[in-house]
Design a protein around this ligand. Structure first.
Ligand SMILES: [Zn+2]
Length: 497
């Protein structure tokens, strides 16, 4: 054989091995994705759970020899924060979730991961053995239980603990810093949720998962510690693209000297930030939870056999940055009439969640958040209002004693006549009943509540009609669109204001 032939054979062999290892990784990811349902923690079904809902899931593992459970401190309000240790390997990985109380997706995924680690005879025994022989995993689920209690980002002190890594005025930040100092983990997973309205780059697609290989200095330097975090992200991105093509993004890598991600990276732990964003049709983030399960376990697998080092860190920069361009609803090119003049405007509308019932539930309250030329922005839902005129709806002349009377009205007929508002009688005390919304597609006004004046515009509740040639084509009630030619009274959520 000539030298050239040998070289090309060698090259072919290397290519085959590389392709093979990539195929195996993808295969593992696919298998993890499929097995998730088997290990989904059945008691966690929606986002607004609290510490009391996860405590039994931790305590039932107390007697299990697989785990060591340790109370690592108390929140400001006195809730014990626990760490669950599993595995006996040399590589130490610290994973914490929900340092922001209203960011629970990875907490759900953590308990799915425990269930998975306890599984047997499902084709994953070797993977589990490799993982638990080579790594020791330290999980701190729900680092900010006081925030979770209120379903709020900040701790009970009103501090964003992800801006408290340097000052450490919250006990929760002291706990995390203490663990990093004591365990000196090789890897850290800082697990968050982000706004469901970030886009992946300048695209109409929302970022379902965003990553960040945090910067440890203002120069955005890359040492070995940070390089590994980029490599882990490159690996997870490849896996996720199959399930959420074009919906993976990354944060700009500006250094935040108060953030935990940035400081943990500086303190010498390879830190990966994972943010669960939005996915249309998945408001409770159960699909994103499944993606977390798959991506985190795949990353841990790559840590366990060090195969993450095969990834090219340069590919990190090919992941588009988070943009902020996606509204829940964009109405395009509506004709607006104001004081006898007319012009064209787009409306950017968001359906914001409002907590009630001790933050165990929420309803949507929708506002017009931008008005004017929104051509660079997108809507998860869009209506083309070219040739349609936007108007405020009318108030129905009859008042009603309660919401259930209103729910018996024929909403379609009212909307066709241009009535979007129905008023309650003065003695109908809905607030005392804890009523904030209605399934009836109407905007209910409490006694004394004024209808917004003028043309619907910036800052108004998103209730209005769009008329074509004098006829109502669309009624938008509390940000939900009702096409009167294709009406479904079950759709959307009316509001009691
Ligand atoms: Zn967060």
């Amino acid at each position: 054989m000539t030298k050239t032939t040998i070289l090309s054979l060698l090259f072919l062999l290397i290519t085959l091995i590389t392709v093979d290892s990539q195929a195996q990784t993808k295969d593992l990811a696919d298998r993890l994705f499929k097995i998730h349902e088997t290990y989904r923690e059945q008691t966690l079904t929606q986002r607004r759970f609290k510490q009391k809902d996860i405590l039994p899931l931790i305590s039932k593992r107390q007697g299990n020899a697989m785990y060591q459970i340790e109370t690592v401190g108390e929140s400001f309000e006195g809730r014990a924060i626990q760490m669950i240790k599993v595995g006996n390997g040399k590589k130490k990985v610290l994973l914490w979730t929900q340092m922001h109380g209203d960011e629970p997706t990875a907490t759900m995924a953590s308990f799915d991961i425990f269930n998975f680690l306890e599984g047997r005879n499902d084709g994953f025994d070797e993977i589990r053995k490799k993982l638990l022989d080579n790594t020791t995993l330290y999980f701190v689920p729900m680092l900010n239980p006081d925030g979770a209690e209120r379903y709020q980002r900040r701790t009970m002190q009103g501090i964003d603990m992800n801006r408290d890594a340097a000052a450490r005025q919250t006990p929760e930040a002291q706990i995390l810093k203490g663990l990093v100092d004591r365990l000196k983990p090789d890897y850290g997973f800082n697990l968050h949720d982000q706004s469901p309205r970030y886009s992946a780059g300048r695209s109409p697609k929302v970022a379902t998962i965003s990553f960040l290989a945090t910067s440890y200095d203002y120069e955005l330097s890359i040492n070995n510690v940070r390089e590994r975090s980029m490599q882990l992200i490159v690996g997870m991105n490849k896996i996720l693209q199959k399930y959420i093509p074009g919906q993976v993004a990354r944060y700009a890598d500006d250094h935040e000297p108060r953030g935990f991600g940035d400081n943990v990276q500086k303190w010498g732990t390879t830190l990966v930030l994972i943010e669960s964003g939005g996915y249309v049709g998945d408001p409770e983030k159960q699909y994103i939870r499944q993606l977390n399960f798959m991506a985190i376990l795949s990353a841990l697998d790559k840590i366990s056999d060090n195969s993450l080092t095969k990834e090219n860190r340069e590919e990190y920069y090919n992941i588009p940055e988070n943009g902020r361009w996606v509204y829940d609803l964009v109405v395009r090119n509506a004709t607006v009439r104001q004081t006898g003049k007319s012009f064209t405007a787009d409306l950017g509308i968001n359906r914001n969640e409002v907590s009630y019932s001790n933050a165990t539930k929420f309803f949507y309250y929708s506002k017009i958040e931008d008005f004017g030329d929104l051509h660079p922005q997108y809507g998860s839902q869009e209506i083309d209002a070219t040739g349609l005129t936007i108007e405020k709806g009318k108030v129905y002349p009859t008042t009603y004693k309660n919401v259930s009377e209103i729910s018996k009205l024929n909403a379609l007929n009212l909307l066709k006549e241009g009535y979007t508002y129905v008023r309650l009688a003065p003695d109908a005390n809905t607030r005392a009943l804890g009523l904030y919304f209605t399934t009836t597609p109407l905007h209910i006004l409490r006694s004394g509540q004024a209808v917004p004046s003028g043309t619907p515009g910036l800052g108004n509740t998103a209730t209005f009609i769009l008329k074509k040639a004098g006829k109502v084509k669309y009624a938008v009630i509390n940000g939900f669109v009702h096409d009167l030619d294709d009406f479904n009274s079950e759709k959307g959520q009316g509001i009691i204001e």
